[in-house]
Design a binder for this molecule. Structure first.
Ligand SMILES: [Zn+2]
Length: 409
């Protein structure tokens, strides 16, 4: 299955109190502590935070300011950091700056894993994590406490967390005395009052829709890469067939992909190909737009919602993903059971259902079913898996068919 691997986390402040933000690659999800689930419409692009430099591509760690720095959030990346103002929703002037300004011990001046503020009797302190070590910082003195770095084992984390964490975030609401360490697909809940780790568990099932939507976002990013490879080639083919000029990409690959996934034979006359290709082009463009505006369609569905949506199989297990045409693309707990390329294929598959009214359940022929080889051109032109496998075929230069038949990839 795709690993969660969150890279940074931050509690919302000001008007965003009660929310937590989880950052992975160039996207972030928002968790609502009152609803106790990740919010629909996410993930969104980190670029929306208007951080500077390459912070939009990913961040390493994030921390809220305390004392005179209250109302600020700090984002760390590489050897730099940006200071963000919660009330103006903007990065302060003159950032990014170098992490050396924090005067942390050697080794903590770049590539941090995580950061969090202390609570209870540790109030006024911030903790920075890197590899198997951490540093305690004092907001009032504006300096690291002496005697650090110390070993991560001091936190009582399970052994596999002690080589380094992905991120850490404080709880809110009913969970306000807790800190949560994340690593891979797991989290460890720490209690500031008892100064001990209380539980270690899978994120899936315990943080509803956090894994599901984060994975859907990564799938979207991969699907967009496939689309960006395939779409210009379809456009170029239409143009070359219309004008009689030569096709500027790999003709043999294109012929093979069209025949395999859309049943359009190499030998078909140009005039006939030109009746079909615009349908493919229009669907790809609509799918591309749908994924670029996934905030309008992506939803996480807990089991009871999937049941009421009829998004469950005969045994009552939710479908990993299901779509209502022009309404929503829905992701459930079982989506997390699949590998990253399979998830990307599912996201792209669902987005064809989302945009094409003719891509109905009755016209849904999986790439691993016998029917895939015998479907007609008209069926193929409205078959979600045809778009997924065609785009992959052009992207990888061969017929890969990443999807449900290759569930772990
Ligand atoms: Zn389908």
């Amino acid at each position: 299955m795709a690993s969660l691997d969150i890279q940074a986390a931050l509690e919302g402040k000001g008007k965003y109190l009660g929310k937590s933000y989880f950052f992975k690659e160039n996207q972030y999800t928002r968790y609502d502590w009152t609803a106790d689930r990740s919010e629909d419409g996410y993930p969104l692009e980190i670029d929306l935070w208007d951080l500077k430099s390459s912070f939009g591509d990913s961040v390493n760690a994030a921390l809220n300011g305390k004392g005179v720095y209250k109302g600020k959030a700090y984002f760390f990346k590489g050897d730099s950091y940006c200071r963000y103002n919660w009330s103006t929703d903007k990065v302060d002037a003159n950032y990014p700056m170098k992490i050396t300004a924090w005067k942390l011990p050697k080794g903590f001046e770049s590539d941090l894993d995580g950061a969090v503020n202390g609570k209870g009797r540790f109030k006024g302190k911030a903790y920075f994590f890197k590899g198997g070590e951490y540093v305690r910082y004092d907001w009032l003195k504006d300096a690291a406490d002496p005697g650090y770095p110390k070993n991560l084992s001091e936190w009582g984390l399970p052994a596999h967390f002690q080589s380094g964490i992905d991120c850490i975030v404080n709880g809110q609401g009913a969970y306000k005395n807790k800190a949560y360490f994340f690593k891979g697909d797991e989290y460890a809940r720490y209690d500031w009052n008892s100064d001990s780790v209380e539980a270690v568990a899978k994120v899936v099932g315990n943080w509803p829709m956090l894994t599901e939507l984060t994975n859907a976002g990564s799938g979207k990013a991969q699907a967009l890469e496939w689309l960006v490879a395939a779409m210009p080639q379809v456009k170029a083919l239409i143009s070359s067939l219309s004008s009689g000029t030569s096709f500027p990409h790999n003709q043999a690959l294109m012929d093979d992909a069209l025949e395999t996934h859309f049943k359009i034979p190499k030998t078909m006359k140009a005039a006939d190909k030109l009746k079909h290709l615009p349908i493919i082009q229009a669907n790809f463009e609509a799918v591309h737009q749908a994924l670029l505006s996934s905030h309008k369609s992506f939803r996480g569905r807990i089991l009871s919602e999937a049941v009421s949506d009829r998004g469950v199989d005969t045994s009552g297990n939710p479908f990993p993903a299901y779509t209502w045409h022009v309404h929503s693309m829905n992701f459930t707990r079982t989506f997390a059971n699949f590998g990253p390329l399979c998830q990307a294929a599912m996201v792209l598959h669902e987005s064809v259902h989302f945009v094409d009214v003719k891509a109905t359940a009755a016209n849904d022929f999986y790439e691993h079913s016998p029917k895939y080889a015998t479907m007609s051109i008209v069926e193929a032109l409205h078959n979600p898996s045809s778009y997924v496998c065609f785009a992959q075929h052009l992207f990888y230069g061969k017929d890969e068919r990443f999807g449900a038949a290759r569930p772990n990839l």
